[in-house]
Design a binder for this molecule. Sequence first.
Ligand code: SF4
Length: 312
Amino acid sequence: MKTIFGPINSRRFGSSLGIDLSPALKQCNFDCLYCELAPSATTDTQKSIVEVSAIINELKEHLNDHIDVVTITANGEPTLYPYLDELIDELNKIKNGTQTLILTNSATLIDKKVFNSLLKLDQVKLSLDAATDNVFKRIDRPHTGIQIEKIIEKVIEFSHIFQGKLFIEILFVHGLNDTKEEIKKLNDILLKMNVTRVDLGTIDRPPAYPVVGLSYKELYDASLLFDSSLPIHIASRVHAEPNHASYTEEEIVNTLDKRPLTAEDINLLFDEDSKKRLENLISYKEIITKKVGNLEFYILHENEKRKRLKTH
Ligand code: SF4
């Protein structure tokens, strides 16, 4: 059974070669409403297990200088793989300049062994869809005994110890975790963390259960509810309807002060005249670009921020 797939060109992470740690069947400790895999009973252990040597041998055939990142993932939750620590050690021996990344739902961070194994990676993406038990159970449908408060505690702790790039992903489902109250609680948790970037997403592919995602505009509005100091990025554009509104220079500065935007966001939100005004602001150096992870954001220049602090 093949465990290596790609490379896939990921906007967020670059050219990515994937490792699927559960190629034969879905093995997950969650049964998320939005999962793009078929619904299935949850499990907290893997029963179908691939050998580390088989993964590494296959990986060696595909790894080359054009790969930015080797991404550990699974049909399900990759951290349920019982030899994760050994695999990461082997990856670190052969990766050369390539980065290592894992995409996980965060639940197993409460296991000390998994927590310590993830510290050895270059990049970690932790999902955190809910702040409260009720919403967590409704959206992620976890295996018995998994508690969101414990996960949150470990995610915060991990964020302060991890030396690599840490991405948090929140996937929004209409009517579940997109309420002002839940976002406020998620915001309070994020403010306690040390993160590289927070990706806000929604349902992009047919989900396991009949749930609905947010439009780009709804995601954008949700992003404004988070504190402006957080490195928020709107990661989902599948349902992106161009807004093409007119912004004055003052409005552009206000918007970017509140929420840094990527070129793709600008294309969706601004009309042509507003884009020209943005160009002007860039030429006056009031607005600059900043790379966060693999993405470039338009942000306010520090001097401009200071000026605004004095006048407000
Ligand atoms: S954690 Fe990932 S694989 Fe598991 S059910 Fe949720 S979306 Fe699917």
